[in-house]
Design a protein around this ligand. Structure first.
Ligand code: CTP
Length: 399
């Protein structure tokens, strides 16, 4: 494995002394290790120890290295972050996104995988507040290692003991390997919703925010893929680390997709594409009619981009379509999906239910994924980012 930039976050618990072994094992394995210690952690283990073992300066003070914007640069440069030990207090701070110290800033500023090794007394570990915070961390894709059950600091014993350093190191390295499973793959994602202009100020559009497509692009990039995002009228910011091409209409989306499709190992058509466009686009604003209380619009059919892609796609390319359906019944929803994938000819179809209150602007999503023959290959529910990872797992598992 190539040398990694690994941040070891240490918070103030007695298990901080064991963090020295975590740092040492990672350094001996050839990695570049940067310790970020809270000021309480340094009451348990000395700064010179951590600097000597890590062979790098230890970061604690939020106001050191301000000229290098160090409170974010350490997290930005990391390939992985492990917090060991993570006290109940530090876990609560991560769960609520607090940036009151160097460690909090580093975690907020990273896009790398984060691993947390909790260490605390059993009552604290089992407290509903900690249980809820751990659940929050897990739902955001943070991996929790341990704690083990055993002898604690006082005379008590039970769950709360930090995992052994070698188990933590193994979890860190395994997370990096599995989290970079798309290195060398090229992924093309479309996101957002197309707009078909009626005149210079109006369009026919849809309520897609682009969040799920952006989450797919972000997830694929984080896993090492070379990502191109074709973004149609997003309501969310363009993601970093991704090649972005902005389009508006279906025809623009089609030509951008066709130009990028050949070199893609996988194409994910998450964009909501208008099936029809106005037959004529007025060059000046359409005026309200005084002679009639109705206005007729004549629409003409847009090309079906997904069907065209699927028909021309080489055997090795994975083509994934999305189906936004308003059908409330699960079985009927699946049937609509099966009919759609048969029509489109793509390799996978991600079916999600949309409605007045479901789907679009939400940060969460629930989907079912079916394959070419209509078999259900999996489902996902949760944040759009976690759903994106699951979709990538399912579609790349086939190749
Ligand atoms: N799609 C496309 N070109 C179109 C319409 C849709 O490439 N002209 C793609 C979408 O990006 C999506 C999939 O086809 O991946 C399904 O889109 P959807 O709107 O659900 O399907 P339609 O074919 O439009 O079927 P219907 O509107 O009748 O449900």
């Amino acid at each position: 494995m190539a040398a990694l930039n690994i941040v070891v976050g240490i918070s103030g618990g007695i298990a901080a002394y064991k963090a020295v072994s975590v740092v040492r094992e990672l350094v001996l394995a050839g990695h570049d290790v940067h310790v970020v210690a809270t000021s309480n952690a340094l009451k348990f283990v000395g700064l010179p120890t951590l600097e000597a073992i890590s062979r790098n300066p230890v970061h604690t003070d939020l106001y050191e290295g301000v000229d290098e914007v160090r409170h974010v640069s350490v997290g930005q440069a990391a390939d992985v972050i492990v917090v060991a030990p993570a006290t109940a207090n530090t876990i609560a701070k991560i769960a609520t996104g607090q940036a009151s110290d160097f460690l909090g800033n580093t975690i907020l500023a990273t896009r790398a995988p984060v691993i947390v090794a909790p260490a605390m007394h059993t009552e604290m570990w089992q407290n509903p507040a900690t249980v809820a915070n751990i659940e929050t961390l897990r739902s955001r894709g943070i991996r929790i290692v341990g704690p083990e059950s055993g002898q604690l600091t006082g005379s008590d014993s039970g769950p709360g003991r930090m995992s052994e350093p070698s188990d933590i190191v193994a979890a860190v390295l395994e997370t990096v390997v599995s989290s970079r499973d798309l290195v060398g793959r090229s992924v093309l994602v479309t996101a957002g919703g197309t707009r078909e202009p009626l005149d210079p100020v109006r369009f026919i559009g849809n309520r897609s925010s682009g969040k799920q497509g952006v989450a797919l692009a972000t997830a694929a990039a984080a896993r090492g893929a070379d990502v191109t995002l074709i973004a149609a009228n997003l309501e969310v910011p363009l993601p970093a680390g991704v090649r972005c091409i902005q389009v508006s209409t279906t025809l623009e989306l089609q030509s951008a997709v066709q130009a990028a499709a050949k070199s893609a190992d996988a194409i994910v058509m998450a964009a909501a594409v208008a099936d029809y466009r106005p037959a004529e686009t007025a060059q000046s604003k359409i005026k309200k009619r005084s002679d009639s209380s109705t206005l007729e619009l004549r629409l003409e059919e847009n090309p079906d981009i997904l069907r065209g892609l699927a028909a021309e796609s080489p055997e090795s390319q994975i083509v994934v379509g999305f189906a936004a359906e308003t059908e409330p019944q699960d079985a009927a929803l699946l049937e609509l999906g099966r009919a759609k994938i048969a029509r489109k000819g793509c390799d996978f179809l991600v079916i999600n239910r949309v409605g007045w209150t479901e789907g679009f602007a939400s940060d969460r999503n629930t989907v079912i994924v079916i394959d070419k023959v209509g078999d259900r290959v999996g489902e996902a529910s949760g944040s759009k980012l976690s759903v994106a990872h699951r979709i990538l797992d399912l579609v790349f598992a086939a190749r």
